[in-house]
Design a protein around this ligand. Sequence first.
Ligand code: SAM
Length: 256
Amino acid sequence: MTELDSAAMEDEFGVVARWTGEAARTLGPGHAVPAGCRGSGSTGALRWLADRLHLTSGSLLVDSGAGVGGPAAWAAGDLQARPVCIEPMPDAVRAAQGLFGLPAVVGTAQALPLADDVTAAAWCLGVLCTTQDKAGVLGELHRVLVPGGRLGLLVFQLAGRAPSGPAPDGNSFPTVDELDRLLDEAGFSVVDTTVADLHDNPPGWDDAVDAVDAEIARRHGADPRWIRSHEQSARMQALIESGSVVPRLLVAQSGR
Ligand SMILES: C[S@@+](CC[C@H](N)C(=O)[O-])C[C@H]1O[C@@H](n2cnc3c(N)ncnc32)[C@H](O)[C@@H]1O
């Protein structure tokens, strides 16, 4: 098993992923995709990326750091794309397989278990800030993309002012300049970028997320791993609401 950069992240992305899958299954199909989008923003954000990645029916989509698989399931369901999920936490991989029937394997973004030049499209959503090795993640995405292939990113970035509070354990947020430099060094050129609207979801979406959270809390609310995970989410929420961390969407093209 791959260890993440902090124990709190292992709770959040491991056991809580399993609990999310279990609760979503109990509550029914309308809950799985919303609850499975952990940190990927909104369907509006996914649509913005999908348009610029030119995803259509049958497109192969590598999802690096796929979590429980909500964004990949959205791409499979709404666009009939063919996602392949890579995710270090075995509990999350099992949830993606069990909830959505997605092809999902355990692996890290720094060592994708894929051949060179295998796909024209990849995305990596809410992952870069969870690892120190951002150059390694971008280098691997560049390796698996064909020349001219496109990468979609959701990155939580420092807005240039002092953070209003502590970051979630294990997270480190790049500045806009740092990310631009890392992309350039990895061989990418930015095609388009915007600030993500994290609330651009269809009616009922947020209710489904809340219902799954309430069900997990009912089952595991006293468990210290749930409490720590909740604290992680609350810290992230506070940074975004204060404007000191900004969710940025970005599509970049791979060059050689
Ligand atoms: C905020 S969640 C986002 C999950 C998913 N991309 C989504 O949008 O719903 C961050 C994910 O990154 C994964 N992650 C953390 N470090 C990673 C690494 N080194 N390689 C790949 N994934 C990683 C975590 O396990 C977690 O599933």
